[in-house]
Ligand binder design. Sequence first.
Ligand code: G3H
Ligand code: ZN
Length: 295
Amino acid sequence: MEINTNKVKTLRECVKEVGEKGVAIGHFNISNLEGLHGVYNAAKKLKVPIIIGLSEGEEEFVGKNEAVALIKEIRENDSYPIFLNADHHYSFESVKGAIDAGFDAVIYDGANLSFEENVLIAKQCVDYARLVTQNTGRDIMVESEIGYIGSGSNIKETIPEGAGIKTKPEEAKRFVEMTGVDMLAPSVGSIHGLIKSGKPHIDETLVKEIKDTVGIPLVLHGGSGLRDEDFTNGIRAGISIIHINTEIRVAYLEALKKSMLDNPNEIAPYKILAPAVEAIEKVVENRLKLFNNIK
Ligand code: G3H
Ligand code: ZN
């Protein structure tokens, strides 16, 4: 989806628009300013909306308030649809912390809990987001997960035990009705991280069935290492946002190692790190072209 930078759309508007256009918004995690520059450079080049994600660990490292200030500055100064998401937050308290700091969206991740416990805390997060929206006029989107796809954006030998059991459409529908979440992350074939033995393919039929049953935007997690057709099939079936993290972590680290080996006497961080920013930008650009159907 190409953007018109005259008026900055809200995340909710962007999500609605990609759903209508049959494309998806890319969500990329960052751990530092280099990550933000790499992701934003790629988005800007293609003129597409973008979501920056911070897991609980990434958020602690970057700083909640610092991250909010950076994204707000870019959005307002460049009139650009860039949004900040609290990715995989595991408690009401940590979701609340991100909402209070000014994040645009939050993910309460209770996928590893029982259905009842997951519903209870997800509903608490939704109620709080609605209260803040009412009091401040900020539109905060809440996402939840149902069906466990493993955790951690890292390199794994095989699929972790207990991960990858697919979401049942009827259970997803009950979850959405009971919690009122804005978006849902189901388990439809992907697993978090890069899996050395390979990832299962995206179950396009299941994505469509869940989408038709729940009627709210769907988010695909665990994007690293999937085939191009997994993304295009998933988007066609109803995915509106796609998360990538491990691939950009690997690109960053490899470029950084090479930069240090090639320039052993260089001590200026901005020079050492420039190739790492470019490496992130390259990965993100390729993924964004695919997600936004740009040739
Ligand atoms: O929320 C983050 C993602 O789902 C990233 O998954 O590390 O497999 O790309 P990934
Ligand atoms: Zn995820």
